[in-house]
Design a protein around this ligand. Structure first.
Ligand code: SAH
Length: 252
């Protein structure tokens, strides 16, 4: 019995991996956040769909395990990559906790998880902005729902001190409307305010893609939300023809 943790990529079906499409077409049940299920209307036809709102992650994964135990092939979908702030790890942890596989009788099949990777938001946003991730980079989520804010602050400061290009996921929400500003203040402790930056909303997701190249000084007032990825350059990042490019150091 198989549960597939499927990364859907940024949203446009042209960027869905062929293996992801294959397992989505062949499975019996598709489980996911309502917003992600709505990205794949053609692939859910005739399927049993279990969708819940935000913050229903554990409940969704438990539902997926319950369906797999019944003998169904189940896909649990995440946007971008399934293992990057996605559902894959929760599935492994819940399956281990439920000890389903330890209670297997002779001749019965174990529940197995296969992770199908997808294009993560950092890669999609980088492609829209130019090529800002050419060198070492880090990804930090500004959501403090599961990670305490003081840990996020430490990571931001370390990335800034280490001159890492830094991608910010979950940069701001309605209830966390000053988080990007706070993050920029920390990053500015080690990076100059004229550091080139950029942000992309709805990267490779329909026709609503919107992006801007700016500086670290401009970033705190940028209009960002939960559909936006922010990229802060390093000392080798420059703007070429309006695009954000991190030089890798080739002699040219
Ligand atoms: N598993 C996802 C990340 C989920 S966290 C992945 O690998 O991409 C959710 C955050 O990802 C959002 O708040 C936003 O910062 C970013 N994101 C997801 N899809 C995006 C898109 N199409 N364009 C820009 N940012 C996106």
């Amino acid at each position: 019995m198989k549960i597939y943790a499927v990364g859907l990529g940024p949203g446009d079906m042209d960027y869905l991996a062929p293996r992801a499409r294959e397992v989505l077409l062949q499975c019996d049940v598709i489980v996911g956040y309502t917003g992600y299920i709505s990205l794949i209307p053609e692939l859910i036809k005739g399927k049993e769909v279990i969708s819940t709102g935000m913050k229903g992650e554990v409940e969704r994964c438990q539902a997926a395990i319950n369906e797999a135990i019944k003998g169904k092939q189940v896909c649990v979908v995440s946007s971008g990559d399934a293992g990057i702030y996605g559902m894959a790890s929760i599935l492994f942890e819940l399956l281990e906790k439920s000890s389903v596989n330890k209670q297997i009788q002779k001749g019965e099949e174990e529940v197995d998880i296969e992770v199908i990777p997808g294009i993560t938001a950092a890669a999609s946003a980088a492609a829209i902005l130019g090529s800002p991730l050419t060198s070492d980079f880090a990804v930090i989520s500004l959501s403090d729902l599961l990670t305490p804010w003081d840990v996020i602050e430490k990571r931001l400061l370390a990335c800034s001190a280490a001159d890492m290009v830094t991608c910010l996921y979950n940069p701001q929400s309605k209830t966390r409307n000053d988080y990007l500003e706070k993050a920029c203040a920390i990053i500015a402790k080690h990076k100059p305010l004229d550091t080139p930056c950029g942000y992309v909303r709805n990267a490779l997701r329909g026709t609503d893609t919107d992006y801007r190249v700016c500086t670290l000084a401009d970033l705190p007032t940028a209009k960002v939300d939960m559909f936006t990825t922010v990229i802060i350059g390093n000392s080798c990042t420059k703007v070429i023809g309006g695009k954000l490019i991190t030089s890798r150091g080739y002699m040219i």
